[in-house]
Design a protein around this ligand. Structure first.
Ligand SMILES: [Fe+2]
Ligand SMILES: [Fe+2]
Length: 481
């Protein structure tokens, strides 16, 4: 898809070309801009074409892909190569092959370079078929035409340069956004691809909103710049995760791996201590009983460590394990305790792997996203990127975070992000500790949230009915490089 600046350039160049034709008095003309082809070679590309006698007001499709190298092969290329103006009066069609419309009789042509005030070549203009004055049958391009052409050419060169700068600016911003996403996802490789998928889903949904002819969203039509704004907000909605500790970000179970290792070591020590203490036949049964008790306790700890729902009775038993102790050294009165208070607290998290403090730390990513995005001078039309991203965890009934704002303060773009974000988090296949939820189930979870008044019902219906949640396979598995 062509960018807005490219579309604007084409419109501007056609209006400039009309000025050339009016000022110099000729029937047609073309403007070519200097670009780089795939191998990095500079070439001239058709950007505007008018032939008044044939009613041509745009570059015909068959000429759009035509390119001219900077050499003597064509008049366009020659003009660009030498950066000087050529006047060819008395031309016949065969001598002027590629550069004209087929079946169009070219009598004469004025070909001039488009140079910026710094002297950089940015394109070439060609004017053809000077219109003879009344009573005359023929007219040639002369020195006066050359001078007039030079006046308009500086305007054309500036328009091309401005457009090039805008395209470059867009590319720089795109590159910056992609670099940031790479940085976010490098810290949390298991969720790699999430930002890009949320972006693709949001763009899909915005496209559907644009095509909705009836209902409350009928008047909403995201233009090119608003689509870019949405894309950037979606790509960067989780950038604040760089403020969250990696351990917390990637936490799979209730205990950190080293915490479970410490507990297992303690159990080993306790078993050894029991063996040393309970020797002889008279203690055999007691040793078996106590060892079994330890084994069962460790099994329970391992089970409770999983991030699934924890029944109340198991939670109570885990609490009691803080009292399970074994004497390590009776002389020194040293005891080893099966479970410390903090470990038991972690294991008793009722659902998921995160403690309240860890959950708060993760939730802070949204505020940090806002702080980071606010520092970027987004430029015209993109000012709302920080706010859109800031609200991606808010719910319409005020139960979201971080600001607990309600529907009226949540922009439609954020509401779209919320739906896409939850959908991707549920269906993502790239988290080793969490099975991907099937699409149907994920959609019904979203539907429940809609029924509870948390998510936008109209947007969700569009998401569902239009199947905006379906991404092409390549996009689905795409990891942000
Ligand atoms: Fe988030
Ligand atoms: Fe997210």
């Amino acid at each position: 898809m062509e960018t807005m600046s490219v579309e604007n350039l084409s419109r501007d160049l056609h209006s400039i070309l009309n000025s050339y034709l009016d000022l110099i008095g000729c029937d047609g003309g073309s403007i070519y801009t200097l670009e780089k082809n795939e191998s990095g070679e500079k070439v001239l590309v058709f950007k505007a074409m008018i032939t008044r006698s044939l009613g041509i007001r745009a570059v015909p499709d068959e000429l759009k892909s035509a390119v001219f190298t900077l050499d003597e092969e064509s008049l366009v290329g020659k003009t660009g190569f030498h950066q000087k103006t050529f006047k060819e009066n008395r031309l016949v069609e065969e001598e002027y092959k590629m550069e004209v419309v087929p079946k169009f009789q070219t009598h004469n042509v004025l070909s001039a370079p488009l140079l910026t005030p710094r002297g950089d070549l940015v394109g070439v203009v060609q004017l053809v078929n000077k219109i003879p004055a009344e009573g005359e049958t023929q007219a040639d391009f002369d020195l006066k035409d050359e001078r007039l052409c030079g006046i308009v050419s500086s305007q054309a060169a500036l328009a091309i340069e401005n457009s090039t700068l805008l395209v470059e600016q867009e590319k720089i911003l795109d590159g910056f956004v992609n670099a940031c996403v790479t940085a976010i996802e490098a810290r949390d490789p298991v969720t790699a691809g999430h930002s890009q998928r949320v972006c693709d889903l949001a763009v899909n949904l915005a496209g559907v909103v644009n095509q909705t002819p009836i209902g409350p969203l009928a008047f909403i039509n995201f233009n090119h710049v608003q689509m870019r704004e949405l894309r950037y907000a979606a790509m960067l909605h989780d950038i604040g995760k760089i403020s969250v500790r990696e351990n917390v970000l990637q936490k799979e179970k209730k205990l950190y791996p080293w915490e479970l290792e410490q507990i297992e070591m303690r159990f080993k020590l306790m078993r050894m201590a029991l063996k040393q203490e309970l020797t002889g036949d008279q203690n055999k049964l007691e040793l078996v009983r106590k060892t079994k008790e330890l084994d069962q306790a460790l099994m329970l700890i391992r089970a409770a460590n999983e991030p699934t729902f924890l029944p109340t009775e198991v939670s109570q038993t885990i609490l009691e394990l803080t009292k399970l102790k074994v004497v390590i050294d009776s002389d020194k009165q040293e005891w080893c305790c099966a479970l410390h208070k903090e470990e038991s607290e972690r294991l008793r998290i009722p659902r998921g792997s995160l403690s309240t403090e860890e959950r708060t730390e993760i939730e802070k990513h949204v505020s940090f996203t806002y702080e980071i995005l606010k520092m970027v001078p987004w430029g015209r039309g993109l000012e709302n990127v920080p706010v859109i991203a800031h609200r991606h965890h808010e719910k319409l009934d005020g139960t979201g975070y971080p600001q607990h704002v309600k529907a009226e303060e949540i922009p439609i773009q954020s509401r779209m992000l919320t739906i896409c974000d939850i959908y991707d988090a549920l269906t993502a296949k790239d988290r080793p500790y969490k099975a991907a939820i099937p699409v149907d189930k994920a959609l019904s979870i979203l539907e429940d949230e809609v029924k509870q008044g948390k998510l936008d019902a109209i947007l969700f219906k569009l998401f569902l009915d239009s199947k905006a949640y379906q991404l092409p396979a390549a996009a689905k598995d795409k990891k942000v490089a």
